[in-house]
Design a protein around this ligand. Structure first.
Ligand SMILES: [Zn+2]
Length: 126
């Protein structure tokens, strides 16, 4: 049974020139989430391309902020460097920066995932 699961999600990657075999846990998780072998394999392929054939995750998350967010972040950091912040203010600052980072990384993920999808699609593996 478990061999069938793994076999059904195994695929050939033309960029690696290798057969990609998911481990049982990964295979089971993808099948549980997508409830369909073809969908699960497709997602596994896109994840593989994302991890192995794109530069995701980006080294510099700030690059993924839009102009307004960058301006806001600069202003925040400038203000923070000018005044001595209380512990509460420091926490609030960290929280705000963390939210910006999360938003930027989500944007980067969406971009790189689309890129991974496009590469896999062009390679004809989807
Ligand atoms: Zn590959």
């Amino acid at each position: 049974m478990s061999e069938n699961i793994i076999e059904s999600l195994t695929f050939y990657c033309p960029r690696c020139k290798a057969v990609i075999i998911p481990d049982l846990e990964t295979a089971q998780t993808y099948l549980d989430i997508f409830e369909d072998v073809d969908k699960a394999r497709r997602e596994l392929i896109i994840e593989h391309y994302l991890k192995e054939h794109t530069t995701y995750p980006p080294r510099n998350w700030v690059k993924w902020l839009n102009r307004g967010e960058k301006f806001f972040l600069k202003k925040l950091l400038k203000e923070a460097s000018m005044y001595r912040l209380t512990e509460t203010q420091q926490k609030a600052l960290k929280k705000t920066i963390s939210k910006l980072k999360k938003r930027a990384l989500k944007r980067a993920y969406d971009y790189y995932r689309y890129l991974a999808f496009s590469l896999a699609d062009r390679d004809g593996v989807l």
